[in-house]
Design a protein around this ligand. Structure first.
Ligand code: GMT
Length: 378
């Protein structure tokens, strides 16, 4: 198949899923065309089946806000025609689904059928999408999609609760490349961060409010009172400076390392003892899956789709959002040297269920179904 993929080309989960999926599809013989405003972060290697088409956003003095969605739709039309795309797969509803609708309409008007699949990732539904400033367009473009997928059962039910959706929704979870995400021997790195054999807690995110990094600091502070522990914070975003200040304020700063944005997160997970994900909402929790693949148990909230990944008492523990006392208590329980190895083994076993080779065919089946369905001009 010739597949066009549209996504945010950044470190965010939806962009990572889209890029890794594109790479796996290309490896499986499909021709994959990324249509994005810059080279996706993880599209960093050569494959004869992978192509990148940059969306150019022309500025004009009249435009206070350059119309990205129009530039994207135009690029989708042009690429579809030039390379004869069979299907478009857009990740994150805003504004990709509506741009895909427009592109598919333009192509229809020229007697070309290029159906589009929309994958909903989370905040496009739970935070931004349901806001009245976007809701009508999001509802319409989801309903007009030739297929819709969500990354968890929880996100599917949120989508059906928040929007009047008439379209069938397939649930296809996030996935992991186990050849990249595996525990590596990094003893020297561990010694550098934890010179006195301290335990290491890790959190990686885009430092948005929804991640509740204040809770990460609070859990760490409580665990540290009982067990010698260090904290690694990976990533950057709006909350970064506030969290640094908070670490000073509560007196834990000397035991916290801020690593900023990091491509090789698997190296950090390789020395971690626990991963913390206290998120307010989380449609799936890709970062937790990455940690689990590196044999790191997860202490998390029970928000959204996290319970579909992190199994309470088996791969880690789940608590109510904001219940830092419970999360700290659970962290101390798991860090016990008699108990930790079983949690580590279970985390890896669970992660293996989400191996890319199990999940990629689910997307291929959706594409196949869409292509086999007769579709009248919309
Ligand atoms: O977590 C983020 O803020 C990034 C966000 C995105 O859209 O890029 O991630 C969402 O999609 C990921 C991939 O499907 C999911 O694993 C994350 O759980 C989801 N984030 C939220 O729902 C907050």
């Amino acid at each position: 198949m010739r597949i066009g993929i549209v996504c945010y080309p950044t470190f965010g989960g939806s962009g990572v899923v889209a890029t890794e999926l594109g790479k796996a599809l290309a490896q499986n013989g499909h021709e994959v065309h990324f249509i994005t405003y810059e080279q996706p972060t993880r599209l960093d290697f050569f494959s004869p089946n992978l192509y990148f088409h940059k969306v150019d956003i022309r500025k004009y003095p009249l435009f206070q806000h350059p119309p990205y969605e129009l530039a994207l739709a135009s690029r989708m039309v042009n690429v579809s025609k030039r390379v004869k795309l069979d299907i478009l797969h857009v990740h994150y509803a805003i504004p990709h689904a509506s741009a895909a609708f427009m592109a598919s309409q333009i192509l229809c008007s020229q007697d070309k059928r290029v159906p589009y699949v929309t994958t909903l990732h989370g905040t496009d539904i739970t935070l931004v999408g349901k806001d009245e400033s976007y809701e009508p367009v999001v509802t319409f473009s989801i309903n007009q999609s030739d297929a819709v997928t969500t990354v968890s059962e929880s996100l599917k039910s949120d989508t059906l609760n928040y929007f009047p959706i008439t379209k069938e929704i397939d649930v296809i979870p996030n996935f992991i490349d186990l050849s990249r995400f595996k525990r590596q021997k990094k003893a020297h790195f561990k010694t550098a961060i934890c010179p006195n054999g301290e335990k290491l807690l890790v959190h990686t995110s885009n430092f948005r409010k929804v991640k509740r990094i204040e809770d990460v600091v609070s859990i760490f502070e409580k665990v540290r009172q009982q067990i010698p522990t260090k904290l690694l914070l990976v990533g950057d975003g709006p909350e970064f400076n506030h969290i640094k200040a908070l670490c000073h304020e509560v007196g834990v700063y000397d035991d916290v390392r801020f690593l900023g944005k990091l491509e090789a997160v698997e190296e950090v997970f390789s020395i971690a003892d626990l991963y913390l994900m206290p998120s307010e909402t989380e449609s799936f929790g890709l970062a937790a899956l990455e940690a689990m693949a590196c044999e790191v148990p997860v202490i998390s909230s029970n928000a959204g789709g996290i319970p579909e990944l992190n199994l309470h008492g088996i791969t880690g523990f789940l608590s109510e959002v904001g219940d830092v006392e419970d999360m700290a208590k659970n962290a101390i329980h798991v860090l016990n040297k008699e108990r930790l190895p079983a949690f580590q083994t279970n985390a890896l076993k669970r992660a293996q269920e989400f191996d890319i080779s199990n999940i990629r065919p689910m997307y291929e089946q959706v594409y196949q179904r869409v292509l086999e369905t007769e579709c009248p001009l919309k």
